[in-house]
Design a protein around this ligand. Structure first.
Ligand SMILES: [Zn+2]
Ligand SMILES: [Zn+2]
Length: 89
C-alpha cells in the first residue's frame, strides 16, 4: 500500500478548511505541498504543488481569462493583473 502524500504545514495554512487538500472530484484530492516562500493567497504551482497549480487554473477559468484555446488576455495584461503568478509561455 502506497502512502498518500501529505500536505505541508504551509499547505495546511493555505487550505485550512480542508486540512491542506484541494479537492478535484468526488473523493479525489491533491495535497498542497507549498512552501513558506510561496506567494499568498495565490500560488500558481511553480513550487511543484499540483494542488495549487490546479486551483490557480480554476481561478483563472472563473475569472474568465481562460478559454478553450488558452488565455483570453495578452501576456502583457496577464502580467499586469497577476504579476509573477502569470505562467511563463
Ligand atoms: Zn500548494
Ligand atoms: Zn506553492
Amino acid at each position: 500500500m502506497t502512502q498518500e502524500p501529505q500536505p505541508t504545514d504551509a499547505g495546511k495554512r493555505r487550505w485550512p478548511h480542508t486540512g491542506g487538500y484541494v479537492f478535484v472530484n468526488d473523493g479525489e484530492r491533491l495535497p498542497c505541498t507549498c512552501l513558506d516562500t510561496c506567494s499568498v493567497p495565490y500560488c500558481s504551482g511553480r513550487c511543484g504543488c499540483d494542488a495549487c497549480s490546479l486551483a490557480f487554473t480554476i481561478t483563472l477559468d472563473e475569472m474568465g481569462v481562460l478559454g478553450p484555446d488558452g488565455y483570453t488576455i495578452s501576456e502583457e495584461e496577464g502580467r499586469a493583473r497577476f504579476g509573477p503568478l502569470w505562467p511563463n509561455p
